[in-house]
Design a protein around this ligand. Structure first.
Ligand code: RB5
Length: 144
């Protein structure tokens, strides 16, 4: 998969960890996030990821901040982006199966009960179920 990833200062270590894991799994990662603790504004980081994603050729965007909340709100302000804030393997799987999320968000300051790589893996291994979910996703996309 071709994946764009962006993060603020609240998720530097999580970004490095997930990017390394993804690359180890054979995915291509375009890192647009910060790699130091320099303070940046999470709406700007989400926007950069969205702009890159919209260039085409990407399968997924990953946005990360301290909680994942700010970047997910920001990403979802952009038309065509369905960004899911995932917490565990169940929400990761549902984000793909039901919502066909094209972006996911996680938090660098969140204490996940499951290793974040496993949460990401659950998303990557899932498929959109289509059917009744297709019309719901179409309604999401029509909201703005
Ligand atoms: C930055 O301090 C923090 O507010 C940000 O990373 C994120 O958690 C916002 O939702």
């Amino acid at each position: 998969m071709n994946i764009v990833i962006a993060n603020d200062h609240g998720a530097v270590e999580l970004k490095k960890r997930l990017a390394a894991w993804l690359e180890g799994q054979g995915h291509r990662v375009r890192n647009l996030g910060v790699d130091t603790e320099e303070r940046v504004d999470y709406p700007d980081m989400a926007e950069q990821a969205v702009k890159e994603f919209r260039k085409g050729g990407y399968d997924l965007g990953i946005v990360l901040c301290g909680t994942g909340i700010g970047v997910s709100i920001a990403a979802n302000k952009h038309k065509g982006i369905r960004c899911a804030l995932i917490h565990d393997e169940f929400t990761a799987r549902m984000a793909k199966e039901h919502n066909n999320a094209n972006f996911i968000a996680m938090g660098g300051r969140v204490e996940y009960q499951t290793p974040p790589e496993k949460i990401l893996e659950a998303f990557l291994n899932s498929e959109f179920q289509g059917g009744r979910h297709s019309q719901r996703v179409a309604k999401l996309d029509a909201l703005m």
